[in-house]
Design a protein around this ligand. Structure first.
Ligand code: SAH
Length: 216
């Protein structure tokens, strides 16, 4: 059984979305989608429900965190999925960002390398009736069996841009990836033109948990 989404939760969520609107970091469509997704249900411990509607990251087990709502808003707006687009997410984590992309009408594929989180989140999304294809594996490799993708979103800090992710982008596609070492990253957007040429832009500094290269 999943938890409930009560009037109280909805009220707290509306207040959070109002705060995010003030920050001017995401378009109205992204914020409307986030208003529909009950973030508190993606917390492993329902005792911390109050924290779900503050703009903070939070521990979800296996040394990982659910990203700040403002970060999810910002990355979702950069990805801006059109209905039916195929999107690859690297770092399933709690499944919250996955759910927001699904709410925006995307067909989402997501990879997680922590087995515990993969299993837990797969079960949760099934219970919530959220349809996404979750894989257990290494995000550095992308998902060659399902490529190419319209867009790819990396939700952990990468020390460099993995070439397989560029290769698995469709012409006209976009990769959003926080790149940096030492705990802070720049939000990098790589656009692949129809002729396959690449262009990059940078969109501010963030702090993500690292995109890990080894097993644990
Ligand atoms: N999108 C998530 C954010 C989770 S934090 C959410 O909304 O909750 C980033 C996640 O990336 C963590 O769960 C971490 O285990 C995962 N991760 C780290 N390195 C990875 C890799 N190489 N491949 C896939 N996932 C990875």
């Amino acid at each position: 059984m999943t938890g409930q989404d009560t009037y109280r939760h909805k009220g707290l969520r509306r207040r959070l979305i109002d705060e995010l609107r003030e920050l001017n970091i995401a378009d109205a469509r992204t914020l409307e989608a986030m208003l529909e997704v009950p973030r508190h249900l993606f917390f492993p411990d329902q005792a911390f429900v109050e924290k779900a509607y503050e703009d903070i990251a939070f521990k979800i087990g296996a040394g990982q965190t659910i990203s700040h709502p403002s970060t999810v808003a910002f990355q979702s707006a950069l990805i801006s999925p059109k209905r039916g687009e195929k999107i690859l997410e690297i770092g399933t984590g709690s499944g919250y960002q996955t759910a927001v992309l699904v709410q925006l009408g995307a067909r989402v594929f997501s990879i997680e390398r922590q087995h515990e989180l993969h299993v837990r989140t797969k079960k949760l999304l099934d219970q919530m009736g959220i349809s996404a294809r979750l894989s257990f594996g290494d995000g550095y490799l992308g998902l060659p069996g399902f490529a190419p993708f319209d867009k790819i979103l990396v939700t952990a800090g990468a020390p460099f841009i993995p070439q397989p992710l560029i290769d698995q982008l469709k012409p006209g596609g976009r990769l959003v990836i926080p790149v940096g070492k030492d705990g802070t990253q720049e939000m990098v957007v790589v656009d692949k033109a129809e002729d396959g040429s690449l262009s990059q832009s940078v969109h501010g500094e963030f702090r993500f948990v690292p995109l890990l290269e080894d097993r644990n």
